[in-house]
Design a protein around this ligand. Structure first.
Ligand SMILES: *Cc1c(COP(=O)(O)O)cnc(C)c1O
Length: 394
């Protein structure tokens, strides 16, 4: 063997006795076969077999299996983002002439996908009041193949009566998908409440460090998994084992991160109700949050995201007050170690229940900083806003 050949042939080393607690990162495009016969038979390896890097390596399989266990499902499909987790379900189970129902508070890019991608292709959508509960039954016609649920809802935190919606949808033969990103499988398991798809933006609490993008769809019916795998296979969509390795590291600490963030977010939510600059605090653990009773019945604990509606007039000082923050960072997405805050536009995204609050909405994601430092920062910001509203009243 010459050096150039040696350069591309990695020598086999002894792995006996090697056992690590870390999951190895297996990167691959090509999968090699021991002989020509095995290669020609590769399509019979099934969806769990290894045939091509795009369709999975032991690293991606480990993350899939771990999420399936946490959700009480049979299989998990990994996709490149949380948004893709939603769109892959819709693209896999909706055909021209079909209809999907989405809640009014849905993650805004999902509404855009329905309007701008599905509708021109003959797939209709309807928007429903997130608190409709069993009343969803009246909106499900024979074309409605999928009911989408997101609980609590993006930004405004309405908690949905998932069991009631599932029951009504099942009675009419519709599938139910649940975006479970706020709760994570630690606080709520949609499949145990009858949903067909449990979707997570792993980008948030599973990744946990603001440095990866991934999504997952867990199912308890293997046939649903096959259909979704065929969709992403046809589209050429797969995930990077490197991202999965980061998610596998993140998931180890998710339990203590989410528990801590949940405690701090509940504490801050209660304190924020007493701030003169705040009109309304939206946190599922507060009785004032729409659907709080379903949180108390089905979820019971919190993660770290909440929103506040500011008193009208506060926006005059808002940009300066946000820029002056020392501990909170300004940014979208959430679930990482750094606390985030971001103004949100909600009004233009509501078509069923008009958003009538006048004040600006701020979404807050609690991170792992010392809670006293966070509160001091938030309090200073609210004080600046409070002075703005006072000035306007005067
Ligand atoms: C962030 C988020 C998504 C999208 O996740 P990405 O990985 O950023 O695409 C979907 N649903 C909810 C509820 C989210 O918060």
């Amino acid at each position: 063997m010459h050096d150039l050949t040696r350069c591309v042939h990695h020598p086999a080393v002894n792995t006996e006795g090697y056992a690590s607690l870390a999951v190895a990162t297996h990167r691959a495009s090509t999968i090699v076969y021991p002989d020509a016969e095995t290669f020609s038979q590769r399509k019979y390896r099934g969806f769990d077999g290894y045939t091509y890097g795009l369709h999975g390596t032991p690293t991606t399989r480990t993350l899939e299996a771990q999420l399936s266990e946490l959700h009480g499902g049979v299989r998990t499909v990994l996709v490149p983002s949380g948004q893709a987790a939603v769109t892959v379900v819709m693209l896999s189970f909706l055909l021209p002439g079909d209809r999907v129902l989405i809640p009014d508070h849905v993650y805004p890019p999902v509404r855009s996908f329905c309007e701008e991608y599905l509708k021109p292709r003959g797939i209709d959508y309807g928007v429903y009041d997130p608190l409709i509960g069993a009343g969803i039954g009246a909106l499900i016609d024979e074309r409605t193949k999928l009911v989408w649920v997101e609980s609590p809802g993006s930004g405004t935190m309405e908690v949905q009566d998932v069991p009631a919606i599932v029951k009504a949808a099942k009675a009419k033969g519709a599938l139910v998908g649940c975006d479970n990103t706020w709760a994570t499988p630690l606080l709520f398991k949609p499949l145990a409440h009858g949903a067909d798809f449990a979707c997570e933006a792993l980008t948030k609490y599973v990744g946990g460090h603001s440095d990866l993008l991934l999504g997952s769809i867990t199912v308890k019916d293997i046939a649903l998994r096959q259909t979704m795998k065929e969709t992403i296979r046809a589209m050429g969509v797969g995930v990077s084992p490197d991202e999965c390795a980061l998610a596998l590291r993140g998931i180890e600490t998710m339990g203590i991160r989410v528990a801590h963030m949940g405690k701090v977010s509940e504490d801050f939510a209660r304190r924020l109700t007493r701030s003169p600059a705040v009109d309304l605090v939206l946190h599922p653990a507060l009785p004032s949050c729409p659907g709080h009773e379903f949180w108390a019945r089905d979820i019971k604990r919190s993660s770290g995201v909440l929103s506040i509606v500011l008193k009208p007039g506060a926006e005059a000082n808002l940009d300066a007050a946000l820029t002056a923050l020392k501990v909170f960072a300004i940014g979208a997405s959430w679930g990482g170690t750094r606390s985030l805050i971001a103004p949100m536009a909600v009004k233009g995204d509501r078509t069923v229940n008009p958003w009538t609050h006048q004040g600006t909405i701020l979404r807050i994601s609690i991170g792992l900083e010392d809670p006293d430092d966070l509160w001091t920062d938030l309090d200073a910001m609210l004080f600046k806003l409070e002075n703005a509203t006072a000035a306007k009243v005067a």
